[in-house]
Design a protein around this ligand. Structure first.
Ligand code: RIB
Ligand code: CA
Length: 303
């Protein structure tokens, strides 16, 4: 039986691959959108079109249009003006429901046993949902976040994008009394995917596989120019794959604090492996081949 998940995302090209993977291998109960890679007015229709690509009619709700206390930072340089690298997608056949994302997350958590929240954008919605209803954490089995890093950053030398955009929200989530797995840049930068896997995805599924390959290829120019890489880190898809098979990651229980006041370090996730008050299961290693095979199998499942 596949794991029940609610996906909070800011599609976003790697969010898009994560959604396709989740729709193929997990029991997606709901999708909520947040501002991040693009404004909410873009991430929400993007999520609707992605669900339509997968023929999934699950509840979709829009959430927070800005971080809890800061101005929004977006990432059009990575994901394009439309958030999906101008990849051609069919018009959406699903519409967002007239509920806030925080309400939908709470409803799904209450009515689903063992729910995992896959949170792959800035943590604004999840933090707001926990603040709105603190008892929500009792109904969540685990939160898997793509955020932070044990070292390094992709917005500043020390801050990863989701953590940088809303460090206050990430701090709330990491300090909520619920099991959290942090999938950071230290593993996502390793688990890169290139043209060989893109071609495998196309062969694996002649519809969803084409979109997954297109999203991967749309990420390539940015990483080739900035990093000199011929493969791309699918940050969010790795977090999703780790729910399909937790053995993809090696994790270590650590204390993780989020810098929210540093003039140069805001958004840094400071990881203490030897602390006596750990709060997060931090991914410290990844089986890249295993990740790629879970990705191809999920896309190829045809579900
Ligand atoms: O730093 C990578 C993360 O920020 C990913 O979730 C990507 O989609 C962006 O939101
Ligand atoms: Ca994302």
């Amino acid at each position: 039986m596949s794991r029940p998940v609610a996906i909070d995302c800011d599609p976003g090209l790697d969010d898009a691959v994560a959604m396709l993977l989740a729709c193929g291998a997990l029991d997606v109960k709901a999708v909520t959108t947040v501002a991040g890679n693009a404004p909410l007015e873009q991430t929400t229709p993007n999520a609707a079109r992605l669900l339509s690509c997968c023929n999934r009619d699950v509840p979709l709700a829009a959430g927070m249009a800005a971080p809890l206390v800061r101005d929004l930072t977006t990432a059009e340089d990575v994901h394009g003006e439309d958030g999906l690298g101008a990849v051609e997608l069919p018009d959406a056949s699903v519409e967002p429901i007239d509920r806030h994302a925080t309400e939908l997350l709470a409803d799904v958590a209450r009515t689903t046993d063992d729910l995992v929240i896959l949170s792959v954008g800035p943590q604004t919605n999840v933090a707001a949902a926990i603040r709105r209803d603190p008892e929500l954490i009792d109904d969540i089995d685990r939160i898997v976040v793509m955020a932070g890093s044990t070292q390094g950053g992709n917005v500043t030398p020390v801050a990863e994008f989701n953590a940088y955009v809303d460090p206050e929200a990430l701090s709330i989530v990491l300090n909520a009394d619920v099991p959290v797995t942090m999938v950071g840049l230290n593993v996502t930068w390793t688990a890169r995917v290139g043209e060989e896997t893109a071609a495998e995805l196309e062969r694996a599924n002649d519809s969803v596989g084409q979109y997954a390959a297109a999203f991967i290829r749309a990420l390539s120019p940015f990483h080739s120019a900035r990093d000199g890489w011929d493969a791309v880190p699918l940050h969010d898809a790795l977090a999703a794959a780790a729910i399909v098979d937790p053995n993809i990651l090696t994790t270590r229980s650590m204390r993780v604090d989020v810098e929210t006041r540093g003039e140069y370090t805001t958004g840094a996730t400071v990881c203490h492996p030897d602390a006596d008050d750990p709060n997060v299961d931090v991914a410290i290693d990844v089986d890249v081949d295993h990740f790629r095979s879970v990705l191809v199998d999920a896309i190829g499942s045809g579900r």
